[in-house]
Design a protein around this ligand. Sequence first.
Ligand code: PEP
Length: 253
Amino acid sequence: MRKKIVAGNWKMNKTQDEGLKLTSEIVNMVGDEVTGDVTVILAPPFVHLAQVGRLIAGADHLFLSGQNCNDHAGGAYTGEVSAAMLKSVGADYVIIGHSERREYFQETDAQLAKKVDLALENGLAPIFCCGESLETRENDDYIAFVCQQLKESLFHLPAADLSKIVIAYEPIWAIGTGRTASSEQAQEMHAALRKYIAAQYGEELAENLSILYGGSAKPANAPELFACADVDGGLIGGASLQSRDFVDIVKSF
Ligand code: PEP
């Protein structure tokens, strides 16, 4: 049985007070309203991790994630944060390869592979993001493009490690644009990625891997997306900044 997951990526939003207020609201709403078997992950900015972690400690369903980690274990990398540091403040997950990091910080597939390794070595489950640009989507090879991203950054892993990864398919043309992939488009890609992973690692592993959709997901479209056979939840940006919207998405399975 694969995990149903909704992860909120706050990106570079929320001051400390705002972030703690949002977290408290989410803790209360999840406690009161969420009954099913769903993993809810909060990915606040680094500076809020420890405090958000304290607020969610002991709460059912809720887990903490970093939004990124460095591709070195430690040392003279001013301004950076390591996987070990994330683990030390209570994170269980780390987002790796978000399209904003690939684009604005020129993160390469090879660097992402190193981040994945360091995350796993430090007991963090990577939420590995992949996805194509609008230009690639308009060509016929968009599925091959995203499969290649998985191959380059993940397929060096032994099966035992690959099985710990959460994949987040995030078409770049749908992130923060209000333009969501249709449920058919999401299902097509998710099924193709699962098949590609199965060809390399076997059906059983692929069937147990959670593949999340990300890109302008909101309460209005989450139920249809989450109803797709190969969509196991969502990585949520904008709508994760409002407790009511975020928790309504969590309740969309
Ligand atoms: C994201 O950046 O991971 C994301 C899915 O953003 P949004 O939901 O705002 O499109």
